[in-house]
Design a binder for this molecule. Structure first.
Ligand code: ME8
Length: 501
């Protein structure tokens, strides 16, 4: 009998390549990557998708400003988004672009189902539109002075012939789905959407006549698809709807998205799926990375932190660690270089780097670099709370899982200080150093989803292969030879920090 592996499908939003990637894009990719890597560590079969949302008015306008036609403009942006993934070790399986032919085909298949259901009709649309959000707002949603509630910029009044999707038909079903299941995480977001659904739901305009840059609308060649209707379908394209991979991976286990687009991923996406009779996916919302003024930091909001420069200056793992340890997943957080410095210096360099350095140096000095199986220290065993870490990871409490793992790193440092292997006989030092190398092996496994480069470097220095979660138990190391390598993290000094400020 063939044993089926458990599957896990995680995706990020697909970014608008309207400018260079910013720290918000980076944050989302890192969070989704941790989830993907965690499930691979558990031995599951993972599909992880990310990519670009290439159509719509915003891209068309930015292309015009850059003096390029939209395909050339998008092509000029794509390498930056791919490089972001490479720079930060984002382990995606598929990088999807909505301009691909495979995507157009799936959009048409889904639209055909919705149309055959009788859920599409022709009408006229008039409303207040934000190009940056690519979204219409109702009068009670907008800010004073006809401004967008996200970008605080004046909204445009658009009036045009349009095809509509009968979204209103699904209001009751949407409310039921939100109330009955845990399809939307965290619960605060669910309450916000439920509150908005207390107002009557309007039908959705799904085509644009005024725009050329989009997927042609099958019922009327003068129209293109509304960018959100096209973009949301990417989650089906990436798993080759309606074929084998779709059957294997759908429904998605985690559409990881920011809180500004929860409405689009629940109300719009779910009602389209209800109409097409496709099972609903789970949506996981992270918060915003804010600047000091408390706004969403994005290209359109005008505030940019350059993730490329940050990786070059501080290293990808320092950034990954800082963002994941500092900001409770699901909540907003502030990007601060001073906090980055303090976490890198105190936790990564002083605690983790130091533990590896002293363990390797002592093992080389006292034992010629070789350790073999000894009795496991019950002191250390008591400090390693694996079930708790697993639970925290499954609950998306990444910052607490890291706190727990680093609690164990500190416990190992205390063990070295207390046991003083440098003062002990060879026999006693053998036991102590075996326990420390074995503990580092477990630490490297647990840290892999968060700081994969570092985990690999630890493995190389302690002479073991990359492990799985089931091997993250003390006492499983048989024997190994350690070898000193470069230090894991250099401390960030004030001069270096000043360059960025
Ligand atoms: O919304 N902090 O694209 P996008 C955290 N194309 N996350 C942030 C952020 C910030 N300051 N700014 C943006 C789109 N994000 C659509 C998605 S999906 C079918 C279509 C997040 O480039 C944002 O919440 O504006 C979203 O999840 C992602 O970055 C892409 O934003």
């Amino acid at each position: 009998m063939r044993l089926e592996l458990k599957k896990f499908f995680v995706s990020t939003a697909i970014d608008y390549p309207s400018g260079l990637p910013h720290a918000g894009h980076l944050y989302e990719k890192i969070c989704a990557d941790v989830i993907a890597r965690w499930h691979r560590l558990k031995g599951e079969k993972v599909h992880f998708s990310t990519g670009l949302d290439c159509h719509g008015q915003k891209i068309a306008e930015n292309a015009k400003r850059a003096g390029l036609d939209p395909p050339k403009f998008v092509a000029s942006m794509e390498p930056h988004y791919r490089q972001l993934c490479t720079n930060y070790n984002i382990s995606f399986n598929d990088f999807i672009k909505t301009t691909e032919e495979r995507h157009r085909k799936v959009v048409y298949q889904i639209f055909k189902k919705i149309n055959e259901k009788g859920d599409i009709y022709k009408g006229e649309y008039q409303g207040l539109y934000c190009v940056d959000c690519e979204t219409y707002y109702t009068p009670h949603e907008i800010e004073k002075g006809n401004n967008c509630p996200v970008h605080h910029k004046p909204l445009q009044t658009l009036k045009e012939e349009s095809y509509f999707f009968r979204m209103s038909k699904y209001q009751t079903k949407l409310i039921e789905s939100l109330k009955k299941t845990d399809l939307l995480w965290p619960v605060e977001r669910r309450n916000e959407i439920l509150a908005r659904l207390e107002q009557p739901l309007r039908d959705l305009s799904v085509s644009r006549r005024s725009l050329k840059w989009g997927i042609p609308f099958p019922l009327d060649k003068k129209h293109v698809f509304f960018v959100w209707m096209d973009a949301l379908v990417n989650y089906l394209t990436t798993i080759d709807y309606p074929n084998q991979k779709f059957k294997e991976f759908w429904p998605s286990d985690a559409h990881v998205i920011g809180r500004d687009i929860v409405w689009h991923h629940t109300v719009i996406w779910w009602s389209l799926l209800l109409s097409a009779e496709i099972e609903l996916p789970r949506v996981i919302s992270h918060g915003f990375i804010n600047t000091d003024v408390g706004d969403k930091m994005s290209k359109s909001a005008g505030e940019v932190i350059d993730p490329k420069k940050l990786a070059e200056q501080f290293g990808a793992d320092s950034l990954r660690y800082f963002l994941l340890r500092e900001i409770p997943f699901g909540q907003d957080g502030v990007f601060s270089l001073t906090t980055l410095q303090s976490r890198v210096n105190n936790e990564l360099a002083n605690e983790l780097g130091n533990l590896l350095n002293r363990t390797i140096a002592l093992t080389e000095k006292k034992l010629g670099g070789k350790v073999s199986k000894q009795k496991t220290s019950s002191d250390l065993e008591k400090q390693l709370e694996l079930d708790k870490i697993s639970q925290l990871m499954d609950d998306f409490s990444f910052h607490l899982a890291l706190r727990e793992i680093f609690g164990f790193v500190s416990a190992c440092n205390k063990y070295v200080n207390d046991q003083k292997p440098w003062e002990q006989s060879e026999q006693k030092a053998t036991i102590i150093l075996y326990n420390l190398v074995d503990a580092l092996r477990v630490i490297a496994i647990l840290l892999e989803p968060f700081i994969p480069n570092t985990s690999e470097k630890i493995n190389a220095q302690i002479g073991v292969k990359k492990g799985l979660l089931k091997e993250a138990k003390l006492g499983l190391l048989e024997k190994t030879t350690v070898k000193k390598g470069p230090i894991l993290f250099s401390k960030i000094d004030e001069k270096e920090l000043a360059k960025e400020k």
